[in-house]
Design a protein around this ligand. Sequence first.
Ligand code: NCD
Length: 650
Amino acid sequence: MPRLKKLDVVSIEDLSTAEIERIFTVAEALERGLDEGKPFTTAQNLVMSTLFYEPSTRTRLSFESAMHRLGGAVISSADMQASSAAKGESLADTVRVVSNYADVIVLRHPHDGAARVAAEYATCPVINAGDGSREHPTQTLCDLYILKKKKGYLKGLTVALCGDLKYGRTVHSLIYALARFGANIVAVPTAGMNVPEYVLDRLAAERSYSFSTVTMDELKSLAGGLDALYLTPSGPHQMALFTGGAAGERAPAGEPPAALDAFYVTRLQKERLGSKESPAENYVRFDARALRTHRTQEAVVMHPLPRTNELAYELDQDPRAIYFQQAAAGVPVRMALIAWMIEETARKDLHHPVAPAEDAIRFRADSAPRCVNSNCITRFEGLYLRPRFRAARSADPNRFNLRCDYCERELSAEFVGHTRSHRYYRFDESMHGFVRQWIAEGSLAVFDSVKQAEEHGYEPYKRGPQREILKGGEVSQAVESLADQIVADIPDMADVTLVGVVSHGALLAMRLRALIEKRTGVHPPCAALDVYSAADPIRPLDGSEEFSAEGRTIVIVDDVINSGWTVQRAMTMLWQIGRPGAVKLAVLIDRGHRALPIRPNYVGKNIPTSRTERVQVRLAAPGAGATSKAQDRVMLYSMVEPMRESEATR
Ligand code: NCD
């Protein structure tokens, strides 16, 4: 047999509707064959490798059983701790190597987007058996297969998704599929466990699909027998549920479906909770009572399993409980998926558009943004795996959005830059054309603040003469004034630690320390805080001992306060390190218009400017002596959109 066609199934969206239907047809035939004890040789001479970096019972064993029953063979690394992954081997290398030993790889991994990476590096097809909290497409095939069997159709069914809809990967794949098959969804998340924005965005953008979200209590009142339940809209359309409407059709916006056809209950994915998330209180506990109203009595109860406490055992005997059938479907459905791959391989025609990587925005290594999702695979693999993004639609015309190619999370940037001219711009609608051009040239950079752009060595895009608004002597005066204010305001300088925001704030902090020492004899500890460094954000400056925030009066020092965003981030970082007694803010220049409600305690100079103007501070290093006056200065630039600039120069 030739090598299998490269039919990766990373997302349920990698399979067309016709393909899913074909897989179901094959699964039915295989199921009948299995019942009759028929032997199969479909996958003879083929080898499947199951690489599981996370625990599994159903998924791995049913995949392996499916392959054996098709006459194929399985090589398995159920515990990746027993493989070279434990020695630090990258996912890319592992799958590249395993591609030589197997014809298809089934991968489960804890990080979002891992299956996409594996699919890109493996030369054989990769099937995603769950990647972090992103997707689990073959579970969805099992879910839909059984649901369709029970109800006869999918279109127009109303399915309530209950529990952890944030981290539940089975739920995400199921949502995409239900939307595709024209079913109605009602989301019933446990508090704080809503369907993530990126899933909703993708549904809205690709399928113009939205659904309502209700609370557990609202669902309970429904189960209590209320005749109608009117919901506040969570999407663009007001939707009233359970007040009539025809079965078999997806309810048009505003027209409600008649009843609930299925409950899909999920367990709390406690292994995926962030370090600051506590296990949800009042997690759903689903029992037979929910099926007693005339609107729910026909509903089936589904669960991807394993269950913990959310699903009462008393339901197991109820014919409407179909979760064990979902699990049992794992064998024929996964057999059918493999059989379909073999069938497709035999076909001559080209198939399957893999998302073309060429459309992705390639950033230069030194100006590539990081994915905002801390569980994204790009945060964990070695340097070989560069973050990759595509331009995405943004609801705010003044922000430029990028979607991570691996985990789909979106990053929203306020500033864009041009890598060759080393200029940056505040993004707005008029810039789309330029940005498109820069993407094509590979010269786009994005920044989430002026600070970040300037730390990368970018200059604001400016036009006309730059105005010097403070000269050397005036800058020194402003710094002296800051020192005076701090000394006058804080009773005991021995309590003070200065924290300068990298890089001008740090210079300024050191100069303030020297002035404070001159005035009071106290030499306060001083540290530099880098708001863009995740690993080691705070480092003691020049002769200061180990940094400690505990109980100290921290004075955050920065050169200019723009939006206030940097200061907010600095405060969050400080709180992660320790609990200061008090936090104060000292800035050399206050421009007078901030996005965040942050007010500096000490201001060297107030310089009101307009939003399109940019204040840039140049500071001499402390101890520069007489030369400092020459080096110190504050400039004002006008930032204009390149559109206007090119019109002006035409
Ligand atoms: C699910 C998973 O691993 O995402 N299990 C499964 O494959 N049936 C659901 C879960 O673990 O809660």
